[in-house]
Ligand binder design. Structure first.
Ligand code: KG4
Ligand code: ZN
Length: 352
């Protein structure tokens, strides 16, 4: 397939977890529209994402979300150069809703379809928000499902340097929110409660930070928070200020682990740019700590704006736009995958 300049309009569709999103991006960089339909109200009563409910709600809203994205961009289907859609990793039921819709739309409008890796999308958000960010650079992906460090290269897939051995950092935030009765989604709730707390009130473990290497671990930290809450007589006995102290101390420990590993990775790879992406990149303390470290150790930190950190379709359209420009296409047999290493395209096996 001949390669084309990424000059055209691409519709992105993202439905890997509990957000149904659609966006139109021009030239892989300019955001023409971005619609995100959140399911907070659907999952709130359960304190976490219920996969079956997520896919049902996606099926309910997918066409109206896509239509709104086209309307807000002032674009017709026939103006598009292609459709990009997340094929994994994520919840398979949720992914299939976006994928099936994108396939049907692409088929009807006779448009090329390209499947995008969710984490490649998160990394593309950093490049979109900071045009001077050119590979090679370090990518720290911190979300509800992933915690990993990648060396992003100009050519070829990002190289995995380290990842969590158990829970993702966002998952730890969500579980701690539940332990402290702070509601769902947990990350922003813990962060808000932590603002009035003392981050040195409890000396929580900094998981793996004394061990060599670039892997992370957050399940021990989560257990330490559970034990602390129990030791102090539970949520109610803690009271507002106790909850704030535990939240702030947990946040400080989680952020410390991310900072230590990022610093180590930059040094070992001899890089001076760090892009932080994924939902937890919206965290204020993480932003401040990494910016501070960057000033001290002379590395540049790039954070997309919070709306591009959490799941969105702009990042999928941006990554898809580049893939289309490289001549990548997927066939109608493309399917969803729950676990996929970055750079692999198992969905392409059945491409026509
Ligand atoms: O990238 P994302 O929207 O979805 C996944 O791909 O997982 O990330 C969602 C995660 C959730 O665990 C959420 O609690 C966390 O990001 N999160 C935060 C903040 N905002 C979202 N964690 C800490 N501080 C925040 N401000
Ligand atoms: Zn994500």
């Amino acid at each position: 397939m001949a390669s084309q300049a990424p000059s055209a309009l691409v519709l992105g569709i993202e439905s890997s977890c509990d957000e149904m999103a659609a966006a139109v991006v021009r030239e892989g960089r300019e955001i023409c529209s971005s619609v995100v339909s959140s399911q907070v109200e659907v999952h709130s009563p359960y304190g976490g994402v219920v996969p079956e409910l997520a896919s049902r709600d996606h099926a309910r809203v997918v066409s109206q979300v896509a239509e709104q994205a086209l309307d807000e961009a002032g674009v017709k289907l026939s103006d598009l150069a292609g459709i990009a859609v997340t094929a994994g990793p994520g919840l398979v039921g949720s992914l299939l809703v976006g994928l099936s819709f994108a396939k049907a739309l692409a088929y009807r409008a006779e448009l090329p379809l390209v499947a995008v890796h969710h984490l490649a999308g998160h990394l593309a958000a950093a490049e979109l928000s900071e045009p001077t960010l050119i590979a090679p650079y370090m990518g720290l992906v911190v979300s509800g499902g992933h915690t990993a460090l990648y060396r992003v290269e100009e050519e070829g897939p990002p190289r995995l340097l380290g990842e969590t051995r158990d829970d993702a950092v966002g998952e730890a935030f969500d579980k701690v929110a539940k332990l402290l009765g702070l509601g769902f989604p947990g990350g922003p709730a813990v962060s808000a409660a932590a603002q009035s707390g003392n981050p040195t009130a409890v000396d929580f473990p900094r998981p793996m930070s004394r061990k060599a290497g670039l892997d992370f671990s957050f399940s021990g930290l989560k257990t330490a928070v559970a034990l602390e809450v129990q030791r102090r007589g539970g949520q109610e006995a803690l009271g507002e200020s106790g909850i704030a102290d535990v939240a702030a101390s947990f946040e400080a420990a989680a952020v410390d682990s991310l900072v230590v590993r990022s610093r180590r990775a930059l040094k070992s790879e001899n890089l001076d740019r760090l892009a932080v992406v994924g939902g937890v990149a919206a965290n204020r303390v993480l932003r401040e700590r990494l910016e501070d470290e960057g000033r001290k150790l002379q590395f540049e930190v790039i954070f997309p704006p919070p709306s591009l950190c959490t799941d969105n379709a702009v990042m999928i359209a941006a990554a898809g736009s580049r893939a289309l420009a490289r001549g990548e296409r997927d066939g109608w047999s493309v399917s969803a995958f729950s676990r996929v290493p970055v750079g692999e395209t198992p969905w392409r096996g059945g491409a026509e």
